[in-house]
Design a binder for this molecule. Structure first.
Ligand SMILES: CC(C)(COP(=O)(O)OP(=O)(O)OC[C@H]1O[C@@H](n2cnc3c(N)ncnc32)[C@H](O)[C@@H]1OP(=O)(O)O)[C@@H](O)C(=O)NCCC(=O)NCCS
Length: 213
């Protein structure tokens, strides 16, 4: 049994708890979920029968280090929290109903893939990537570190998603395009041309509406 703590006890954190329980039911590898940590929820609050153990500082104070998983989708938050917790183990968590039977699929540590996602072949998923429910990832796609794909996102073949990109629910990216670092793609967008770094792009076709640091 591998002890594990979920970072974030909000809606996605609770979904990650269910994901781990479904992995436990269907695979030889078993996790013992110790609880959640969350900066915004009072210590000892019960969330789906598990305790909030404290905040991020609680983890830093632990002598015996459990494994950790991100139960939050914000690339910026994942990156900032990881900077404080570099010595911890972050396992890869893949729901049993994810299709990863193609050849040459790499999945980096701390990445999490939810139920119903299909990943074809020759795909690189870097570290700390979150792929939510029912996404599709086509051949030769690369998903950069800390990036997050919300439910039902479609990434076509040979797409490059750079570091810390957030793609809103139902968005589609057509083949051979690049989405630049730190960019946010709005829910339902159709990305038909590459997008630069540090922008928020929405619509069909997706166009930048603002730039941020
Ligand atoms: C794109 C997004 C990040 C913008 O958030 P924001 O920076 O707070 O921007 P605002 O809400 O102020 O919207 C700015 C403008 O863009 C429009 N807009 C926002 N999101 C849009 C979208 N997805 N598609 C089209 N237009 C959108 C707004 O209506 C607003 O238009 P206006 O200036 O004419 O009033 C957000 O709307 C979004 O789509 N988030 C994804 C959420 C998601 O997928 N969650 C998954 C949960 S599981």
């Amino acid at each position: 049994m591998e002890n594990i703590i979920i970072i974030g006890a909000g809606g996605f954190g609770r979904e990650v708890k269910c994901l781990i329980e479904e992995i436990n039911m269907s695979s030889a590898k078993k996790f013992n979920i110790l609880g959640f940590v969350d900066d915004g929820i009072e210590k000892n609050t019960l969330v789906h029968e598990l305790r909030v153990l404290g905040n991020i500082e609680y983890l830093e104070s632990l002598l015996e280090k459990p494994s950790l998983v991100f139960g939050l989708g914000s690339p910026t938050l994942k990156k900032a929290i990881f900077e404080k917790l570099k010595e911890f183990n972050f396992p890869v968590l893949v729901h049993p109903k994810v299709s990863t039977n193609g050849k040459n699929i790499q999945i980096g540590r701390g990445s999490l893939i939810c139920e119903g996602t299909i990943i074809t072949c020759d795909v690189i998923i870097s570290e700390f990537v979150t792929i939510n429910l029912s996404c599709t990832i086509g051949h030769d796609a690369v998903i950069g570190m800390f990036s997050s794909l919300m439910p039902a996102v479609n990434i076509s073949g040979e797409v490059l998603i750079e570091e810390s990109v957030f793609i809103g629910t139902g968005a589609k990216v057509i083949n051979q395009l690049t989405i630049g670092k730190n960019t946010i793609v709005g829910a339902g967008a159709l990305v038909s041309k590459s997008l630069p770094n540090n922008c928020t792009a929405v619509g069909m076709p997706a166009k930048p509406i603002k730039f941020h640091d």
